[in-house]
Design a protein around this ligand. Structure first.
Ligand SMILES: NC(=O)C1=CN([C@@H]2O[C@H](COP(=O)(O)OP(=O)(O)OC[C@H]3O[C@@H](n4cnc5c(N)ncnc54)[C@H](OP(=O)(O)O)[C@@H]3O)[C@@H](O)[C@H]2O)[C@H](O)CC1
Ligand code: K
Length: 496
């Protein structure tokens, strides 16, 4: 399943136009999608001035041609209409459909006409709405919401719901169901949006598939992720599964280093070496005796890293001057695939130029606050686009942590369907960084390692959250092997 934001959906339409479709053809195909899910005998179709409205007008024509009882309501019939809207409105007039024009003084009367129908179709605004519906639109939305006997079907998005966040503007249609076109809208991932959308049906237009060309995100679910995890091989040994180096922890933040090391070991790393302070190393022998350790030298040299397959820097590294130097040393002197997390990301924020000419796989795992430092953005910005552009510009795999964590390398983009609110506890991100580094060390390509790491982490948390109110990192780690085994056993390619 693909997911789009308002910018990505606009881009999707532009791609289709570049493929040679006309906007009138696209609207025609959109109304074919709607028609499949519309039942009933009498319809009030409420159409705004843009292409969402055009979808409604084209649908009205098809229903009318099926001899249904159709009345169309519009807000203006001037040159403010989109090209497709004007085209289909003219067709409605040509066919002598009943078309009513909303004005301030006839609003009550026209909404009254709708009480005679069984279905109201909301084709007022779709992803083109850019602020709270203004003026008469607001009054009409509120009046429609007062009608309780009619089914309300929203075209693409309930009018007044924000496409990207799933939050309502001041006035929003409460739909019984929403037929969303071409891709799931990002806002619908927000569970609160369900109040407004009702049941969501995703319908793909019968056109060339431009989802990837337009940069839509893909939902990475069990079906996609289970097969990515490889079975351990018959004659494997520790050398088969990579040697990872974790430059983590300091006197003040020991726990983060311990959790990332254990996450790395438990998700299958052949050898895990923690490069840290004496105090961290001492604690590590108690917490995770399987990990090895080396004392972190004051200046990191290229030779210190030759034997490693993957490096992690961050996870309790702190932000001292030493930590700054470590981050810069690692970026300047090592060549292995690299995972950058926590404090190291904050340090990197002032030196993103160091990401240039790296010529190796780099995975960044910020939460929103860390990402804001790396890439200042505005709260109104389209995060799907911001994340994608950042990854593309800096040639990194970006793991933007949150509900349905974003994983993108700028070319391919995913939302990971795993994880839950019970996992919102300190140290969770450290475990994730450890798992991802482990997978990189085991030879998974960076994008796959990032996706799989996020999925394994979330999937383990989901198993635990079935029984527990909170899921704490040290308990989650203990369940990683079981969860990975579960994934392998549930994968039809392995079990059959
Ligand atoms: N591939 C597909 O999925 C297709 C989807 N289609 C449908 O097209 C709409 C998007 O159409 P678009 O024309 O881009 O946008 P809208 O119809 O949603 O809205 C544009 C009009 O809305 C006005 N507007 C914007 N904000 C406000 C506001 N706050 N108050 C009042 N009016 C507002 C805007 O006016 P401006 O002056 O701001 O320009 C426009 O008049 C999509 O959702 C699908 O339904 C197509 O079928 C093609 C294929
Ligand atoms: K709508």
């Amino acid at each position: 399943m693909y997911i789009g934001s308002h910018t990505l959906m606009k881009r999707y339409d532009e791609c289709l136009l570049k493929h040679g479709y006309t906007i009138e053809q696209l609207v025609d195909k959109a109304s074919d999608c709607l028609l499949k899910h519309i039942h009933g005998e009498s319809f009030s179709i409420v159409c705004g001035p843009g292409n969402n409205g055009a979808d409604g007008l084209s649908l009205a024509i098809k229903l009318y041609q099926q001899k249904k009882n159709v009345q169309v309501f519009i807000f203006e019939n001037t040159n403010h209409l989109s090209k497709a809207n004007a085209y289909y409105l003219q067709k409605c007039y040509d066919l002598s459909l009943s078309v009513y024009l909303f004005q301030q003084d006839n609003l009550e009367e026209l909404v009254g006409y709708m009480t005679a129908c069984d279905t109201i179709v909301d084709a007022i605004f779709g992803f083109g709405l850019n602020s709270s519906p203004r003026g008469i639109y607001q009054s009409v939305i509120e009046s429609i919401n007062q009608l309780y006997d009619q089914e309300v079907i929203a075209v693409d998005i309930p009018t007044g719901l924000q496409c990207d966040s799933g939050k309502p503007y001041q006035s929003v249609i409460y739909a019984t169901s929403t037929i969303t076109l071409s891709a799931m809208k990002n806002g619908f991932l927000n569970p609160d949006s369900y109040f407004f959308t009702g049941k969501v049906i995703v319908e793909k237009l019968d056109v060339d598939d431009v989802s990837e060309e337009a940069g839509l995100y893909q939902m990475a679910d069990d079906k996609m992720m289970f097969p990515l995890l490889k079975e351990r091989i018959f004659d494997g040994y520790k050398g088969t599964y990579g040697h990872t180096c974790l430059i983590t922890g300091c006197i003040e933040y020991k726990g983060a280093a311990l959790l990332s090391a254990k996450g790395c070991v438990y998700s299958g790393s052949g050898i895990t070496t923690v490069m840290s302070d004496q105090e961290v190393i001492h604690a590590l022998t108690q917490f995770c005796p399987e990990a090895t350790a080396v004392l972190r030298p004051p200046i990191l040299q290229k030779e210190d890293f030759l034997r490693y397959d993957a490096i992690l820097i961050g996870c309790g590294l702190g932000q001292s001057l030493d930590s700054y130097r470590y981050v810069i040393d690692v970026l300047e002197k090592t060549k292995q695939p690299l995972v950058i997390d926590g404090d190291a990301l904050t340090i990197l924020s002032a030196h993103t130029d160091l990401l240039k000419h790296q010529n190796r796989d780099i995975i960044l795992t910020p939460h929103l606050g860390e990402f804001q430092r790396l890439c200042p953005f505005d709260s109104q910005d389209d995060m799907l686009l911001v994340a994608q552009d950042f990854a593309k510009e800096h040639h990194v795999v970006l793991v933007l942590k949150g509900p349905y964590t974003i994983v993108t390398n700028g070319q391919e983009s995913y939302r990971i369907r795993a994880g839950n609110k019970a996992m919102a506890t300190g140290g969770m991100g450290d475990v994730l960084a450890g798992i991802i580094t482990s997978l990189v060390g085991q030879g998974y390509p960076a994008l796959q390692a990032a996706m799989l790491g996020v999925f394994i982490h979330g999937y383990t948390g989901d198993l635990l959250a079935k029984e527990d109110y909170t899921v704490i990192p040290s308990k989650l780690i203990e369940f990683i092997p079981k969860a990975m085994n579960n994934m392998i056993k549930s994968n039809p390619e392995v079990t059959s």
